[in-house]
Design a protein around this ligand. Sequence first.
Ligand SMILES: Nc1ncnc2c1ncn2[C@@H]1O[C@H](COP(=O)(O)OP(=O)(O)OP(=O)(O)O)[C@@H](O)[C@H]1O
Ligand SMILES: [Mg+2]
Length: 297
Amino acid sequence: MSAVLSIQGLTKHFGKIKAVNDLYLEVRSGQVFGVLGPNGSGKTTTLGMLMGVTNPTSGSFTWFGEEPTPALRRKIGAVLEHPIFYPYLSGQRNLELNAMIKQCPVENIPRVLELVELTDRKDDKYKTYSLGMKQRLAIASALLNDPTVLILDEPTNGLDPMGIAEIRSIIRKIAAQGKTIILASHLLDEVQKVCTHFAVLKKGSLVHTGPVADVGQGEVIVEVNAAKGNLQDVLLQFQGCASIVHENESYQVLMREGFHGDDLNRFLFERGIVATHLVTRKKSLEQQFLEILSEHH
Ligand SMILES: Nc1ncnc2c1ncn2[C@@H]1O[C@H](COP(=O)(O)OP(=O)(O)OP(=O)(O)O)[C@@H](O)[C@H]1O
Ligand SMILES: [Mg+2]
């Protein structure tokens, strides 16, 4: 997989505010890359620099291994905070105007409308659209020139659960077409549900980056119980046990790396103890995210 985006030491200060601080990141082809961070952590500022609407204080980045140029940016579609559409014109007509501005073929319009599931509402005025439909039209507009990369800033902000689910399914469809997606979000749940890789920003600094699937590795908790008086003492003898918490009438065993629920089950069984309850849990991204954010000050 080749690097679509490579960021080196990207920094943006607004006076005393260090909005983005010495950021290094790499996004590879086909990834759905989440930029995760709480409000004010520098997500929008980062995306703004990548799109050439905000000038970096220092640092640099390359798209497809090249210095950013307007021509290169045409390969990138973006939905930044407030897209501008004409309220009294239809979705179709708004896209036609956008296609003209971006100098891309109007023949692409039916395909992008279909992708964002707005075909049957294309002739209705923009002002009659729900928030979710407006957001979908913005995504359609960003896809007009068939970009290789799509950038989305908080794509589900303000939407109801139904609207959120629709946007997420559209993001997955776009990713399935092989496009690379970079998405800013303050929602862990969102990153976990749609992203393959992610970076965590805190006060403008990168505090974590890696595959979403790796989150939770080495953080296995096994919840166990058995009809045995001194179960805790037995569990403490288990080699894979890092720590134990007695909670909800059972024992939460934090496993050492490389140990799993089966190992613990076998260990108990060999001692004539049959577990009445044994559930393996990975630490949730939420728990880890909160830990990541509290670790760095
Ligand atoms: N134009 C600006 N002038 C001054 N300060 C700014 C400007 N834009 C952003 N900032 C500051 O930079 C920091 C990062 O803001 P940014 O909007 O990038 O965060 P964010 O992660 O996108 O937050 P949110 O989740 O609220 O969208 C904040 O402290 C913000 O107040
Ligand atoms: Mg923002």
